[in-house]
Every structure is written in C-alpha cells, then in structure tokens.
Design a protein around this ligand. Sequence first.
Ligand SMILES: NC(=O)c1ccc[n+]([C@@H]2O[C@H](COP(=O)([O-])OP(=O)(O)OC[C@H]3O[C@@H](n4cnc5c(N)ncnc54)[C@H](OP(=O)(O)O)[C@@H]3O)[C@@H](O)[C@H]2O)c1
Length: 328
Amino acid sequence: MTALPDKMRAIVASPGAPLRVEQIDRAVAGPGQVLIKIAYAGINRPDLIQRMGAYPPPKGAPETMGLECSGEIVALGPDVSHWKLGDKVCALLPGGGYADFAWADEGSCMAVPEGISLLEAAALPETVLTVWANVFERAALQPGEAFLVHGGASGIGTTAIQMAKAHGAKVFATAGGAEKAALCAKLGADVAIDYRAQSFADVVKADGGVDVILDMVGGAYVQQNLDCLKLDGRCVQIAFLQGPQVDLNLMALMLKRLTLTGSTLRARPVAEKARLARAVEAHVWPWVAKGLVRPVVDSVFDLEDAEVAQAKMQANSHAGKILLKVSG
Ligand SMILES: NC(=O)c1ccc[n+]([C@@H]2O[C@H](COP(=O)([O-])OP(=O)(O)OC[C@H]3O[C@@H](n4cnc5c(N)ncnc54)[C@H](OP(=O)(O)O)[C@@H]3O)[C@@H](O)[C@H]2O)c1
C-alpha cells in the first residue's frame, strides 16, 4: 500500500460564504478506529443545519461536515479487531465525510452489501440505520401492519418504503408533487399521496388508518398523525421540518393508547451505533442482496461542487440521495 499523504482535501464552511476546498491535516485513526480512503460521501440534511451553526458536531468529532461515506480501509488504529487493510466498507461517521480521508469507529463500519457498488453503498448508512432504529426498533413495525412515511421521496423516505415493504407491511407515503408520489409508488408504496393535491389524513383515515408513522415534518402534521393512527399506534419523529412547537389535542393519545416518540442517531454512543450496524447487516443486507431494498441515488457531484450539491438539497429538487464523488 502506498504511503498516506500528510494533508488531504476537505470541504470547509464559513458563515455566509460558499463552501470551499482546503488542504487540511489528514484524518488519523485513533484507538478502535479505522481510516477510510473515501470513494463517495453522502449529503444529509443535518449538514445544511450544521453549516448554519445550529447543529454543532458532538465532542471529539471532526469540525468538517459529512455523516457517511463508502471507501477502502487504509489504516487501522490500535485495538481494531474486525477489519483489515483493503476492506471495502460503508460507514456512519461522526463528521468529516466531505474529504479524501475520514476516521470511523470500527463498529460504525459495515461491509458493502453483496451486489452493491461503492457509489450506491455511500447512500446507505444514514438512511438504513435511521429507518431500522426508528421504524423497526422504536416503533416495532410488524408484518401485516399499515405504515405511513412522510417525505416519501427523500433519502430516508425511499429507504423506509422499501424496508417496510420487504418486511410485509402495507405502505402509505406522502410526497410533494405528482412526480415524487409516482416514485414512491414505483418503490412499492401501496398508497402514494401527493400532499399538495390531497389531504394525506383524509386518504389514510378513509383506508382505516395506520399502525406506525415515520415523520420528519412535525408542525401541523403532528395532530393529523395522531388522528391517522389506529388503536395502539406508534408515531416516531426524526425531524421537524415545519417546526417542533405545536398546539395539540392529546385526547386521541389516551383513547387510542398511542405512542408518540422520537430519536436521533448522531448523538448515540459508539457502542449503540455498533449494535445498530450489526442489526442492519443481519436483517437489512439480505434484503439488499435480494434486490428488495436498493439505494435511490438522485445525483452525484464532484467533491469540489459540494456547494451546488447542498443547494440542490436545500431546494428540495432531489428524490433519493445526493452524493459527492471523492475518489470513486
Ligand atoms: N433523527 C434522526 O436520527 C435522523 C437521521 C437522519 C435524518 N434525519 C432527518 O430526516 C429528514 C430526512 O432526511 P434526508 O436526508 O432523507 O433529507 P431529504 O432527502 O432532504 O428529505 C427531506 C424531505 O422533506 C420534505 N420537506 C422539506 N421541507 C419540508 C417542509 N417544510 N414541509 C414538509 N416537507 C418538507 C421534502 O420532500 P417533499 O419535496 O416531498 O416535500 C424533502 O425531500 C431530515 O430532516 C433529516 O434531518 C433524522
């Protein structure tokens, strides 16, 4: 293996200025960490929030953006037992993915699933781990139950539709516009709702309601979600794109024995992320290998074009994942 450079390219953000490429000290793997030569990196909505200064990296994480990547392991820190040099992985990162190299905790790396390219693999960690943790663990979706995901054409939504279908659920998905709703239907949603043309709550209630909801919208959706849930229904919040402050009538919570919950992924301890990653390898990778779950890639930009890539996400003009090509 060739010697590693002392410096690497990384995308750097300053308030009010466009993203730019800079040479910074190369990432180094510490104890229990591996160093990944990044092939592709995923863009995630929290990156946009971090850039505005409202989502600071957790203690010990790189200051630069980037929550997931695919690539090759090129160095091992002390006490790494599971991986070897040359392994191809995709990984959840605490930050630092918009760069040539990033360190990852070894438990947060996952083998690239069978039949998946490094490009597609970069689209998997954030979406698959988030859907697994919230829909399958927190809300305990069961085969035969009805499931509703908002933002069905988002990175998270396209993944949630396919994973819920693979699990044997009936799937409802909402999206803004006929084209995005059509994508949800193509991915397997039994009922795809263009929320600009129809009230999602009317459609879902007319069909008897749902058992589980994955919501990233919040705001006025929260009351409508409670109204859409069946007896013993569960709603999981993973974001509040329309705001977290709501005026709620909670009567349904009591009368229908509902659960309203939520979680974040980034703040979880390393050991918890490792547990989730092993669960995903065991339960979700077989679905990926069978073609039941495939990453939906909207577009790929060169690392230098991170500014354009983020602007596309900000404009909501994408469907599925936006990726950065680093060395892939
Ligand atoms: N809690 C966690 O652990 C966790 C982990 C990962 C991601 N997340 C969150 O999950 C969300 C989805 O992530 P992603 O990477 O899949 O992002 P994404 O692809 O950008 O998806 C967000 C989607 O939300 C919809 N949207 C945006 N603004 C909206 C608004 N004001 N009202 C209603 N809908 C709106 C858009 O769909 P339409 O065009 O169809 O409206 C958009 O496609 C993000 O908010 C992210 O921060 C949470």
